[in-house]
Design a binder for this molecule. Structure first.
Ligand code: ADP
Length: 191
């Protein structure tokens, strides 16, 4: 199995690049944001619980997200590998992911961090809010709160993987194709 984490702040381009990566390398895309939004759309108990946090720009509690990922990994034991997008977002999630993968004799092979300045993030998210229909993109206060959560709880996840020498940083400003080429080079070197 070959497992990648695409890491970066909200608006850093993880979703866009993830779609291209999974297509090129035939990986199973796991986006916790998409999974949570589909729980909300389905009106499930999990979705209702998660919505309160998402509307405020806060992280959904670890146990909710970890349970969801555990089920998905179990259901996809035959996958060539996973591309994690928007997960793990806390150290507890990173530790839980390591444990879950270990059960399949697998591990995270590389963490690719997309680097984008804060002003560019806000501009992109507000722009996306006008077309995506995502309420958490339409409000600048919620956007700032998501970036704050990222700085307080998620940025340290890169340090967690750094201790195992697994992190590669990429400049996330440029054209989608330019960035995709940089990401592909990193993956080709590790795969
Ligand atoms: P973005 O990274 O652009 O904010 P996502 O779709 O990845 O968009 O996440 C949207 C929201 O979903 C987050 O603000 C958070 O509330 C929730 N969420 C997504 N992934 C996680 C996670 N791994 N842990 C906790 N909350 C999450």
């Amino acid at each position: 199995m070959f497992n990648v984490i695409l890491f970066g702040a909200p608006g850093s381009g993880k979703g866009t690049q993830s779609q291209k990566i999974v297509e090129k390398y035939q990986l199973k895309h796991i986006s916790t944001g998409d999974l949570l939004r589909s729980e909300i759309a389905g009106g499930t108990t999990l979705g209702l619980e998660a919505k309160k946090f998402m509307d405020d720009g806060k992280l959904v509690p670890d146990e909710v997200v970890i349970g969801m990922i555990g089920n998905l990994i179990d259901k996809n034991k035959d996958a060539k590998g996973f591309l994690f997008d928007g997960f793990p977002r806390t150290i507890a999630q990173a530790e839980a992911l390591d444990e879950l993968l270990k059960k399949s004799n697998a591990e995270i092979n590389v963490v690719i961090a997309l680097e984008v300045s804060e002003e560019e993030l806000v501009t992109r998210l507000l722009g996306r809010g006008k077309i995506s229909g995502r309420s958490d993109d339409a409000n600048e206060t919620v956007i700032r709160s998501r970036i704050e959560e990222y700085r307080k709880k998620t940025a340290v996840v890169a340090d967690y993987y750094q201790q195992f020498d697994k992190v590669k940083s990429v400049q996330g400003e440029g054209s989608v194709e330019e960035i995709f080429e940089l990401l592909s080079k990193i993956i080709d070197a590790v795969i």
